[in-house]
Design a protein around this ligand. Structure first.
Ligand SMILES: Cc1cc2nc3c(=O)[nH]c(=O)nc-3n(C[C@H](O)[C@H](O)[C@H](O)COP(=O)(O)OP(=O)(O)OC[C@H]3O[C@@H](n4cnc5c(N)ncnc54)[C@H](O)[C@@H]3O)c2cc1C
Length: 400
């Protein structure tokens, strides 16, 4: 049996990023990916911040469009337009991005075994063995440590005793022909219960229409498409709707003996928006650093790999808690309360003030949420929802 240093289960962007970094440091890495091709279309809008584009040194080969504005639309149809002169985010071509990340990892020496679905990872005192199904045959791969980067919805980390992600939302998305030039985000229970829906221009004449929701995403997506067709923004009905969920809360543990979990599988996703690419990649770097040290010291015990969880929690823990609190708060609002919040923001010029404020950033929402709480914007708009706000304040003090 061929022996590796590291098995990465899942060849998404996060798995490829860990694999590439460890391979570049001279470790023998294999990526086991269940799909036949890396570039297969995925259910993702592909919006990432300028910060993430720079972090990953991405160029036009994967960037479809740069964004510096967007419209937030209330249940009553009122619009807040957010605009800054410089690019805030980019829409990337997700299949091309996945391919690029895998190519980078391969160029650094990582091996990819496509069409390999891992069904189990056995953890032993001195190694791990991943059992995979490949082309109708079973395949055992041995390594010193395994990285679970299986994305949303995989039960592998749970079966390895690390627990399940704490919460999730259901997503649906489709490509349509459209006449739009700006991102639109729709709020309210009629659009997407508990979350929001979007129309995102991609290539000329094309857009992605999608939503995250607490339930029935397909039903709400079909309704939204019908509405946008009636408004003339969308000029075709989708030939295919894709479905996928997003993790909103990490599992109880993201490491074990000879194991780490990273990316969507570890709930490293912005709970405010469901965006997981940047946080996943940041945590992939942290995981690679911890794994490199552990491999060099030949100590792959849970105790040694706990450094990974401590480090990623230090980087993202507060943001994730603030974001999750804000998400739960938003979910309690009626459409009337969301409308009122829009009115307050517009009347008091809070949108304009926030756009000028340094802390408004595409990826880091905690400080803006805190600022809105301190300015009592949320409580003023919500009157009836004071209990979760009080509860939230107590929690916020703890995590600050
Ligand atoms: C509707 C929707 C829109 C989104 N839009 C955005 C956005 O605009 N911006 C953003 O940042 N994020 C967005 N996300 C989230 C983003 O797609 C994820 O955060 C990101 O893909 C996480 O990367 P990952 O590598 O952890 O997981 P994935 O990209 O899911 O990759 C996991 C890989 O593991 C493989 N795999 C799974 N199980 C096994 C197994 N047992 N054996 C072998 N291989 C396995 C899968 O086939 C897959 O290739 C969106 C998500 C949804 C649902």
């Amino acid at each position: 049996m061929k022996r590796y240093d590291v098995i990465v289960v899942g060849g998404g962007p996060v798995g490829s990023h860990v694999a590439g970094k460890l391979a570049a440091w001279g470790h023998k890495v294999v990526v086991l990916e269940q799909k036949a091709d890396i570039g297969e279309p995925v259910c993702c809008t592909g919006i990432i911040s300028r910060e993430c584009v720079n972090y990953l040194t991405l160029d036009e080969s994967v960037i479809l469009r740069c964004l510096n504005s967007g419209r937030l639309i209330s249940p009553a149809g009122k619009e807040i337009r957010l605009w800054r002169p410089e690019t805030q985010a980019c829409v990337i071509d997700r299949p091309a991005f996945n391919l690029l990340m895998a190519k980078r990892a391969q160029d650094r020496g990582a091996e990819y075994l496509m069409g390999s679905r891992v069904t189990d990872v056995q953890v032993m005192a001195d190694r791990v063995i991943a059992a995979a199904g490949r082309q109708g045959k079973s395949l055992d791969i041995e390594a010193r440590v395994a990285v679970v980067a299986t994305g949303f919805g995989s039960s592998l980390a749970g079966r390895l005793g690390l627990g399940k992600v704490g919460d999730f939302a259901a997503g649906a998305q489709a490509e349509v022909d459209a006449n739009v030039d700006e991102v639109e985000v729709y709020f309210g229970r009629e659009a997407a219960p508990g979350f929001f829906a979007w129309l995102v221009p991609t290539r000329p004449g094309k857009a992605l229409v999608g939503l995250l929701s607490r339930h029935s995403p397909g039903l709400y997506l079909r309704r939204l498409v019908a509405l946008l067709v009636a408004q003339g923004k969308v000029v075709s009905t989708p030939s295919e709707i894709k479905y996928r969920g997003v993790s909103l809360k990490p599992p109880p543990r993201t490491y074990g003996d000879r194991l780490v979990v990273v990316g969507d599988a570890a709930g490293q996703v912005k709970p405010t928006t469901g965006g997981g690419i940047y946080y996943g990649v940041l945590c992939a770097d942290i995981a690679a650093d911890s794994l490199h040290r552990a491999l060099e010291n030949d100590d792959l015990s849970a105790r040694s790999l706990a450094s990974y969880e401590r480090a990623w929690q230090k980087r993202l823990g507060w943001e994730l808690k603030m974001g999750y609190w804000a998400r739960r708060f938003y979910e309690r609002l009626s459409d009337a309360q969301v409308n009122r919040l829009f009115d307050i923001i517009m009347r008091q010029g809070i949108d304009v003030a926030l756009l000028k404020a340094e802390e408004l950033s595409f990826d880091w929402h905690g400080r803006v949420i805190l600022r809105l709480i301190r300015r009592r914007v949320l409580s003023a708009g919500m009157e009836m929802v004071t209990a979760p706000l009080r509860l939230g304040r107590r929690n916020l003090t703890k995590v600050e």
